[in-house]
Write a protein that binds this ligand. Structure first.
Ligand SMILES: Cc1cc2nc3c(=O)[nH]c(=O)nc-3n(C[C@H](O)[C@H](O)[C@H](O)COP(=O)(O)OP(=O)(O)OC[C@H]3O[C@@H](n4cnc5c(N)ncnc54)[C@H](O)[C@@H]3O)c2cc1C
Length: 439
């Protein structure tokens, strides 16, 4: 007999109530989409076992709402909601990103120009406090906790249930790929597309300094053909060659999964169609690629890890950022995703928030810039430039902020208040310690 959601959460709550001393980290199972680093202090922590929390609790096709446990992966979720011709408002591109990880960490994809991150659409959360109490929070109930869970990276209690809305879906996506040979016309066209809202999906790929591609998608009922990018063909390359394409909606969402965007390039030969045909089953998929890099994390000890990161820049300062990026980084492809926020997130410090006027941010996702130049740490360089532009870097990889600078960006006051409410005895690390303890 399967045990109910309540029984599962109660069991985890009991383990927290009985915990006597020492720091705790979350064991959610599956692969993590935080970049593995050579040193990670969390390996020494006691573990809270969340591996049972991976079921869809309910899908209500009439109210268009869904309720899930945090370990549900986006591929599992979309497979089920599509049976009702429904989808969440945001579907991260990698199949095994979980709903809990997307809310606590970050999420961004081609519907973000309309909906922001996954958490921006959440209706309510059930949270387990460090002392083993179950708390419900929403925009109207315990709203201080609700607002601070996103971006807390598991340091403010444990998400055990997430409720969120669904929207209507169609079975296929028609893609168009207008191309530009300069930044200005590409960026102008992207801003216009976001403004007009004629497309369901908007993002872009800058292949090199002379090849800028907008990726515009619309859900459609019928398709003359469909392409798949999970074996011999590589999605990001197709956008350079084609002007149009059709994908099944599920395949569109996970179009980057086989190559983990383009991190598969790091394995020699893996973009070769013959090698993909022969070894693709064993090697391709974000899960396998991340598992390999986890396994070999110890080898990273010798040098700094490559840059794998999302950077969020206020749209009015994006040109400034791009000029800096092309000069200092000069690393392509670069994934560009417009991301709408209603107002700056509460986890940001008031002084920092006051420097943000834009409602549209641009996410630049950098996948694999080598970081082994002895004279420059590209993570630190990004931190400095982003601070100048009131931009943000996701905390999913290496961080080198001083404590003083960190709390100029993030609100010590609101974080401290939320921490006192949900983890008063400090069972989980604080956010600064957690994101800096990883090497
Ligand atoms: C190579 C790479 C590619 C990526 N590509 C994309 C992409 O295409 N689209 C996109 O949207 N995002 C992408 N991301 C970002 C990714 O969505 C975030 O890193 C996300 O937080 C990962 O969630 P996860 O499910 O893998 O959880 P994990 O990586 O295991 O955890 C992420 C954080 O959430 C915390 N956490 C997990 N579960 C819970 C819980 N139940 N309660 C409280 N805290 C919890 C963990 O402690 C951790 O701090 C990418 C990241 C990487 C490294």
């Amino acid at each position: 007999m399967s045990i109910s959601h309540f029984e599962k959460v109660e069991k985890i709550a009991r383990s927290l109530r009985n915990h006597e001393e020492g720091l705790l980290s979350l064991q959610k199972g599956g692969v993590s989409h935080m970049m593995p680093l050579a040193r990670d202090d969390r390996r020494k922590d006691g573990k809270v076992d969340l591996r049972s929390l991976k079921e869809i609790i309910s899908i209500d096709p009439i109210e268009m709402k869904c309720s899930v446990e945090p370990g549900v992966t986006f591929s599992q979720l979309v497979e089920e909601t599509l049976k009702h011709r429904l989808i969440p408002k945001l579907v991260p591109e990698l199949k095994t990103i979980t709903v809990g990880g997307a809310v606590s960490g970050c999420s961004v994809e081609s519907m973000s120009f309309r909906y922001g991150g996954f958490h921006d659409n959440a209706l309510s959360y059930e949270v387990l406090t460090g002392n083993g109490l179950i708390v419900k929070c929403s925009p109207t109930e315990n709203k201080e906790i609700f607002g601070m869970i996103h971006g807390s990276y598991g340091t403010l209690g444990i998400l055990t249930r997430i409720d969120f809305p669904l929207v209507e879906a169609k079975p296929f996506v028609k893609m168009e790929y207008p191309k530009f040979d300069d930044f200005d016309s590409f960026y102008q066209a992207m801003l216009e597309a976001c403004e007009k809202k004629e497309f369901d999906f908007i993002d872009g790929i800058i292949h090199d300094k002379k090849c800028f591609v907008l990726c515009l998608g619309k859900m459609v009922e019928e398709a003359p053909y469909t392409s798949k990018y999970d074996r011999t063909k590589v999605f990001y390359k197709s956008t350079k060659k084609r002007s149009q394409d059709y994908l099944a909606l599920f395949d569109y969402f996970f179009r980057y999964d086989a190559d983990c965007h383009w991190l598969s390039r790091k394995i020699p030969g893996l973009e070769n169609p013959l090698i993909r045909l022969l070894f693709g089953k064993q090697l391709l998929s974000s899960t396998k690629l991340l598992e390999y890099s986890n396994r070999f994390a110890a080898l990273l000890q010798k040098g700094r890890p490559d840059v794998v990161l999302d950077c969020f820049i206020p749209s009015s300062r994006f040109e400034n950022f791009f000029r800096f990026y092309e000069e200092k980084f000069d690393y392509f492809p670069l994934w560009i995703v417009p991301y709408r926020i209603e107002e700056p997130y509460p986890f940001l410090a008031d002084g920092f928030r006051s420097r943000i006027e834009d409602k549209l941010f641009i996410d630049c996702a950098i996948y694999g810039k080598p970081n082994n130049d002895p004279g420059v740490d590209y993570y630190t360089l990004l931190e400095e430039k982003l601070f100048e532009l009131a931009g943000l870097k996701a905390l999913i990889a290496s961080n080198s902020y001083t404590e003083e600078r960190f709390w100029e960006i993030y609100s010590r006051e609101r974080y401290g208040m939320a921490k006192a409410m949900v983890d008063p005895t400090g069972r989980f690390r604080g956010i600064y310690e957690k994101v800096h303890c990883r090497g």
